[in-house]
Ligand binder design. Structure first.
Ligand code: CP
Ligand code: NVA
Length: 308
């Protein structure tokens, strides 16, 4: 892989995305593969927001690859307040072998990468969640045997998860159909970028506001929280707007027979998804969560494994 950071799947070549998924598959099926690949290497993890899956999968992943992860929460470094992003990046570059960062502002991740001399991995920003989308398409490929032509209907907020799903789907030849309330559509620049990538792979990127149009013939129905981290104050107002975008049994019934339900988690039962759907046989949410570990171990080996 030529890329030195994982900021956005849009920055990767299609072959690089496939390299990550293929290595993730190998590592998942034989965890002894690359068991010492990151021996004595250290990943510094910056968290400006809470996390269960991202923190545990990166930390467990580093341990399983023979290395170590250090978790830096808001009280530890207060990036941008106690010291600048550029100074954090340069300090960590002298001590660690990689940085994983979850920041409110996407610009902070870009700035970290600009000033660090070690790989930087985006562990979620207000704009993108690339590690999630890699695990999502790893899961989709496991279930359906391919990504090409698979219709992924995303229903809800046009947020970081939706953006990365479009970018990954575009690289992998999927059909990604997004249904959001009119005022919560995905970023038009992301849609345009994804459509440009789609031109090379046969992917289809669709956006609109009709839930039933998006889920018609879908192989995958995907949703995420209506109020992302940092938007807690808007929760009540968003619930009112998003109510018609709930994924419930009636919505799942309009998808293709054998369709699966996906969610990046954490889920808000009774809001974006009903308990009935997330607990149904169609739901693969915990397999999807577990695949964060395998997908990210592949990213860690590729970005950090072959450097002196
Ligand atoms: N899906 C996901 O990123 O979960 P966490 O916020 O718990 O890391
Ligand atoms: N869109 C959600 C994803 C959480 C993993 C958020 O940003 O809070």
């Amino acid at each position: 892989m030529k890329s030195t950071d994982l900021i956005s799947i849009h920055d990767l070549q299609r072959d690089e995305v496939l390299e990550i998924l293929d290595l993730a598959d190998r590592i998942k099926h034989d965890p002894r593969v690359h068991r010492e690949a990151l021996s004595r290497k250290t990943l510094a993890m910056i968290f400006e927001m809470p996390s269960l899956r991202t923190r545990v999968s990166f930390e467990a992943g580093m341990t399983q690859l023979g290395g170590l992860a250090i978790c830096l929460g808001p009280p530890d470094i207060s990036m941008g307040k106690r010291e600048s992003v550029a100074d954090v990046a340069r300090t960590l570059s002298g001590m660690a072998d990689g940085i994983m960062a979850r920041t409110f502002s996407h610009q902070a991740i870009i700035d970290l990468a600009r000033h660090a001399s070690i790989p930087v991995i985006n562990g979620l920003s207000d704009h993108l969640h690339p590690c999630q989308a890699l695990a999502d398409f790893l899961t989709i490929r496991e279930v359906f045997g391919r990504c090409e032509g698979i219709k992924v209907a995303y229903v809800g907020d046009g947020n970081n998860v939706a953006h990365s799903l479009m970018y990954a789907g575009a690289k992998l030849g999927a059909r990604v159909s997004i249904a959001t309330p009119p005022d919560y559509a995905p970023d038009p620049t992301v849609v345009a970028n994804a459509r440009r990538d789609a031109g090379a792979t046969g992917a289809i990127i669709e956006t609109g506001h009709e839930v039933l149009a998006a889920v018609a013939d879908a192989d995958v129905v995907y949703t995420d929280t209506w109020a992302s981290m940092g938007q807690e104050a808007e929760h009540e107002e968003r619930v009112a707007v998003f109510r018609p975008y709930q994924v419930n049994a009636a919505v799942m019934a309009r998808a293709r027979k054998g369709a699966i339900f996906m969610h990046c988690l954490p889920a808000h039962r009774g809001e974006e998804v009903t308990d009935e759907v997330i607990e149904s046989e169609a739901s693969v949410v915990f397999r999807q969560a577990a695949n964060r570990l395998h997908a990210q171990k592949a990213v860690l080996v590729i970005l950090m494994g072959h450097r002196p």
